[in-house]
Design a binder for this molecule. Structure first.
Ligand code: 8X3
Length: 250
């Protein structure tokens, strides 16, 4: 990395929105630190974008400390993208372990990475934090309880941090997408059940893509240093609201 090159960290960079964001940011000139658990994926991505790979589970405090060490004392942009949904059971049948894992990755992980990298973000003199939230952090939906609670957590932690850092040289932003079709989000949620995963997008002409969200994240991050985009909610045109989705017969 040259001394003048801006440095960005992207968590959850092994696939989907995270990988697309790493590519977009590299195209914008950032030196990108690609962070995720799956070494092979982030090493290939880092090589592709001319960045670095750091293997890290954001829920593991020791791994996050090692990440901060690897990042060094100056960071321009942190994209807290690691997250996800596990299961879609009604509250009455909720799996406690799935709920804990969702809170752990979407809230605790985000907090741990932010806390560890904040000194470096402040040291840049114009740091940016972009947290990847969700429309699930805006409303409730049946079967979504554990995920919507966690993503409401992502939103509220973002708001809290913005208040706490109001006199510091760092912006705190949230990008909250609705229906995004990625290779893994729905598949992971439904434990590898491809049919259930495909049903989420059935008949929807054009769900958002990972690159659509990466584009939004990059735009938020690259506004002038005095412009804080508090939150940016994006959905596919076919999704006017969480439950109001235009589907055509396939
Ligand atoms: C994903 C959006 O609608 O699956 O963050 O909850 S939704």
């Amino acid at each position: 990395m040259s001394t003048t090159q801006r440095q960005a960290v992207v968590t959850g960079a092994s696939s989907g929105i995270g990988a697309a964001t790493a590519r977009r940011l590299a195209a914008e000139g950032y030196a990108v630190v690609c962070v995720a658990r799956r070494r092979d994926r982030i090493e290939a991505l880092a090589e592709e974008v001319g960045g670095r790979a750091v293997v890290c589970d954001v829920t593991d405090a020791a791994a996050v400390a090692a990440l901060a060490e690897a990042v060094g004392d100056r960071l321009d942009l942190l994209v807290n993208n690691a997250g996800g949904a596990f299961g879609a059971s009604p509250v009455a049948q909720a799996d406690t372990d799935e709920w804990r894992r969702m809170y752990d990755v979407n809230v605790i992980g985000l907090m741990q990475v932010t806390r560890a990298l904040l000194p470096a973000l402040l040291a840049s003199g114009a740091g940016v934090i972009v947290n990847v939230g969700s429309t699930a952090g805006r409303v409730a939906y049946e079967g979504g309880g554990g995920y919507t609670a966690a993503k409401h957590g992502t939103k509220v932690v973002t708001e809290t941090l913005r208040l706490e850092l109001y006199d510091q040289p760092v912006r705190v932003c949230e990008v909250a997408p609705g229906m995004v079709r990625t290779d893994e989000f729905a598949l992971v949620r439904f434990g590898g059940d491809q049919e259930r995963a495909d049903a989420v997008y059935a008949g929807v002409a054009e769900p958002l893509t990972a690159d659509d969200v990466a584009d939004a994240i990059t735009w938020v991050a690259t506004r002038p240093a005095h412009v804080n985009i508090d939150e940016l909610v994006l959905r596919p045109r076919a999704q006017a609201a969480q439950h109001k989705v235009h589907r055509v017969q396939e």
